[in-house]
Design a protein around this ligand. Structure first.
Ligand code: NOJ
Length: 537
């Protein structure tokens, strides 16, 4: 490795791997059965698999005490593990094992809202004089005696629910059972910062921070303006523009404070969940004097059209914008809230996308199962469990169950996720007998081995990790080509977004290192349909 790469932090040079704990591995109880839900011991047993993938960190979606109405994103105790997943001793063992393997552990931190079961909210409900009342956001009814304003929940319906006992409404940007914390209250901030310290003392290396751009609301409580682009059928939350509920100046201040807490410990990081355009997104990284999140999640590969020119334009402007403010880029193709990218982009483009994710300049985040090409699973109506889907029956695409199905480990009943006679919490994909880790380990041409070949290339070629990024003129609208250069090393990535063969002339000159289409990469000027090729140039 060159000095440049050695100077990078682990969260810059490494790959983050997201585990959705319910769906990764259900460990057997003493009687040899499981309960159909993944758990911490299951994850610990699979850590060598993560190591074999060449990733650096495991981010676990929430594992804390929760009534699971939003599958853990409704936390009832931030400093304990839900019994469904295990206990603190299991967690300590997981961290110990991970660190022994050289892997980092990141937790999901959910600061915007608690579960309504949380002791703080239960106390707040006891009346207007409760010392925890102001820990949440309360409003009197509007002038017509109804809702305080038109703010909407992400999961459909109003963002306000009436507490009949006091006659006041409380705010919830998600389910009524996920009341928003009042971050304006310094005691709330102090308590939530203690949570971070609690886990960092236990050895946690970083956090993914849930909906960090929603922490504060405008305190005039004005109606949000109608969104002119909204069409019926789209989710109700999008019917207004979120002028007063998202991306407020106070949120930036709270994140600066949050960062100082992280900086009390060595080498910790946070990545913020933020769905915003780049000019509003990058300020979340802060400045050298007042840093904020280490990585503001960049979801634009998910949100923008999958076209070579559009992706090139975005990558050029995003890379330049990151450089300008001195922040490290990052890339995402999928997570537990989004369609699986193989389903979204189509099987033919799957490896092109995987190659892009792992070779652009910046930290890639990989969603579990995407390395074996898992796809969305059609969930029958009577097995739907996601509240986002159940609450919005007119928007069937709102359910996130299809991308949360159990990991496909092998061809045995329940795909090795859970003991054979257990019913997993979500159905398995029909294709698990062929699309699974064990089968793909044995096949040199599998998606899994292609993923590993990509991570190996990153290890062998520092230019792919720390090198500069420059896009190239490929001469074709459907081919995105770029180069990564570091010292004397130069690696070229050629991505054919189309189904036609393309002659790239000199751009394709070099020693082929890897092709998405076979083992022995072809050299030559012609890029085959849907081919991704990497060259030493
Ligand atoms: C964003 C999370 O990614 C999503 O899964 C969850 O439902 C909401 N935040 C509420 O916490």
């Amino acid at each position: 490795m060159t000095d440049t790469v050695q100077q990078l932090k682990w969260w810059q040079s490494g790959i983050i791997y997201q585990i959705y704990p319910r769906s990764f591995q259900d460990s057997a109880d003493q009687d040899g059965t499981g309960d159909g839900v993944g758990d911490l011991r299951g994850i610990t047993a699979r850590l060598p698999y993560l190591k074999s993938l060449g990733v650096q960190a495991a981010w676990l979606s929430p594992i804390f005490t929760s009534p699971m109405r939003d599958f853990g994103y409704d936390v009832a105790d931030y400093c304990d593990i839900d019994p469904l997943f295990g206990d603190l001793a299991d967690f300590d063992a997981l961290v110990h094992e991970a660190h022994g393997l050289g892997l980092k552990v990141m937790l999901d931190y959910v600061p915007n809202h608690t579960s309504s079961d949380h002791a703080w909210f239960q106390e707040a409900l006891t009346g207007k004089d409760s010392e925890k009342r102001d820990w949440y956001v309360w409003r009197d009814p509007g002038p017509d005696g109804g809702l305080p304003n038109n703010w909407k929940s992400f999961f459909g319906g109003p963002a306000w629910t009436l507490d009949e006992a006091s006659g006041q409404y409380y705010l919830h940007q998600f389910l009524p059972t996920q009341p928003d914390l009042n971050w304006r209250n310094p005691d709330v901030r102090a308590a939530m910062f203690e949570v971070l310290r609690f886990w960092m003392r236990r050895g946690v290396d970083g956090f993914r921070v849930d909906v960090i751009w929603l922490l504060a609301e405008d305190d005039r409580y004005l109606d949000e303006p109608a969104n002119p682009e909204w069409t019926p059928g789209d989710i109700e939350h999008n019917s207004v523009s979120h002028t007063y509920t998202q991306d407020q100046p106070e949120t930036h201040q709270y994140i600066r404070e949050m960062r100082t807490v992280l900086d009390e410990f060595d080498d910790r990081m946070m990545v913020g969940e933020i769905y915003l355009p780049v000019d509003q997104l990058l300020p979340y990284a802060g400045t050298p004097d007042t840093p904020m999140v280490h990585l503001p999640f960049n979801f634009h590969l998910i949100l923008r059209p999958w076209q070579a020119t559009a992706v090139r334009e975005f990558a050029d402007s995003y890379d330049a914008a990151c450089r300008k403010i001195g922040t490290w880029p990052n890339w995402v193709l999928g997570n537990h809230d989004q369609r699986r990218f193989k389903s979204r982009l189509g099987a033919a483009q799957y490896r092109v996308a995987q190659t892009l994710l792992l070779t652009l300049r910046g930290t890639p985040t990989v969603y579990y199962g995407d390395e074996i090409g898992m796809q969305d699973v059609d969930i029958p109506r009577d097995r739907m469990v996601d509240p986002a889907g159940l609450q919005q029956p007119d928007s069937p695409a709102a359910s996130r169950d299809p991308e949360r199905t159990p990991m496909q480990w092998d061809a045995s009943p329940n795909a090795g996720f859970s003991a054979a006679d257990t019913t997993p919490w979500l159905p398995l994909a029909d294709d698990f007998a062929t699309v699974n880790v064990q089968a793909q380990e044995a096949d040199p041409h599998s998606d899994l081995n292609f993923f590993r070949a990509l991570t190996r290339l990153r290890q062998q070629h520092p230019a792919l990790v720390g090198g500069d990024y420059t896009s190239l003129d490929s001469g074709h609208e459907d081919v995105f080509a770029f180069r990564r250069t570091l010292d004397s090393q130069s690696v070229t990535v050629l991505l054919n977004f189309g189904a036609g063969e393309r002659d790239l002339g000199d751009v394709a000159l070099g020693q082929a290192l890897l092709s998405s289409l076979d083992d022995l990469p072809e050299s030559g000027a012609k890029l085959r349909p849907n081919e991704a090729r990497i060259l030493l140039s």
